[in-house]
Ligand binder design. Structure first.
Ligand code: PMP
Length: 381
């Protein structure tokens, strides 16, 4: 039986070359072929993050481990942290910061919205903050944060700027070095287009210097950059080294995925995600589905978060699946039962857009043709 089309905001459908890499029997972590793949993937990630001076870390674990690595290495007990709160995953960042001893100030603006730059600046001005954290795309709400502007504020106030790019890297424009972002973290299963299972962190020079200036040891052994740095440096230099067994199959898949992102080119990939989002939005508007982000400029290009129409509930997700497409339910605790989410990143193209829009329309009991036609018109610009 063929699998339904996976259109949740991660994991996503794999390109054939990535699926083939993931389907091979595992290579040993000292195998020269694995070493070459790891080296290429690490170097490629610098391009993907636009961080020529960044230090990549690729470790077995999910995105939450990448968040914890960032926090564990940058935060010491008593440090202040300002969290730009745009939903469930920003709240998770605040929880992680608190767990590692930070005094956290959350600056939010309610469901589907973002605080103003002035509100974030006021929080940064109220006392020196060690870090400013930004969730580039909060996957619970589909809210997209203006990283460039927020990062400039953080830098002006002497905070290290940390970006959760789990639902944005390789899809939303992000220029780590040029925008002065100190640490970006992501995971393999989203717009990078690899299977789930790798935590990926890019640390800029100020983040690495902060690590060297710590007064106390990093409280987590597995998450300690200091343990992983020689390993990452060795693999990049095409030498094997061991600290903890790498997920070799996933590294092979990541190598293929990163190669595909680089072959497409970052600006072209960002623009393609913009067109896909425009196509999806045209379809949702034809189906009278209201987005959760409060204003169009707040809406991410990697997923759509949509309120159920009057008289429709979470059973819609099951009915869409019956039409052969998997979408996700709501996640934000304030509105979990009132909306659903459709991921559209990575290899999504016209056939996937057609199938997804048609499935949603049929599940809603609406004609599919006008919505599909609106999407394709928008896609072709
Ligand atoms: N942050 C964001 C923005 C996410 O989308 C996710 C996963 N949906 C996470 C953090 C947590 O990542 P993971 O589920 O891979 O641990």
């Amino acid at each position: 039986m063929s699998q339904p089309l996976l259109m949740i905001p991660g994991p996503i459908e794999l390109e054939p070359a990535v699926a083939a890499a993931a389907a091979r029997p595992p290579l040993g972590h000292l195998d020269p072929e694995l070493v070459a793949m790891f080296s290429r993937a690490l170097g490629g990630l610098r391009e993907v993050f636009r961080a020529p001076d960044g230090q990549p870390f690729v470790v077995a674990g999910s995105g939450t481990l990448a968040m914890e690595m960032g926090v564990a290495n940058l935060i010491e007990r008593g440090d202040r942290a300002v969290v730009v709160d745009s939903g469930y995953f920003s709240a998770r960042m605040a929880t992680l910061l608190e767990r590692h001893g930070a005094q956290v100030r959350r600056v939010g603006a309610g469901l589907g919205d973002l605080p103003t730059l002035a509100e974030v600046e006021a929080a940064l001005s109220s006392g020196p903050a060690r870090v400013l954290t930004i969730t580039h795309v909060d996957t619970s709400t589909g809210v997209l944060a203006p990283v460039r502007e927020l990062a400039a504020l953080g830098a002006r106030h002497g905070a290290l700027v940390v970006v959760d790019g789990i639902c944005s890297v390789a899809a939303e424009p992000l220029e780590m070095q040029a925008w002065g972002v100190d640490l970006v973290l992501t995971a393999s299963q989203k717009a990078l287009g690899a299977p789930p299972g790798l935590a990926i962190v890019m640390a800029g020079p100020r983040a690495m210097a902060a690590l060297g200036a710590r007064r106390t040891p990093v409280a987590s052994y597995y998450a300690d950059f200091g343990e992983w740095l020689p390993i990452m440096q060795a693999y990049e230099a095409r030498k094997a080294a061991y600290f903890a067994t790498p997920a070799t199959t996933l590294v092979a898949a990541l190598d293929a995925a990163v190669a595909s992102v680089i072959a497409e080119g970052l600006p072209a990939r960002w623009a393609r995600h913009g067109r896909i989002a425009a196509a999806m939005n045209a379809a949702w508007s034809a189906l009278s589905l209201r987005p959760l982000p409060r204003r169009p400029e707040l809406a991410a290009h990697t997923l759509s978060a949509l309120y159920y129409p009057e008289g429709v509930d979470a059973q819609l997700v099951g009915r869409i699946r019956d039409q052969g497409v998997v979408v996700a339910g709501g996640l934000h605790p304030e509105a979990r039962a009132r909306y659903f989410r459709v991921g559209h990143m990575g290899a999504t193209g016209e056939p996937e857009i057609r199938r997804t829009v048609a499935a949603v329309a049929r599940a809603l009991g609406q004609p599919e043709q006008p919505a599909v036609a609106a999407a394709i018109r928008a896609l072709r610009g």
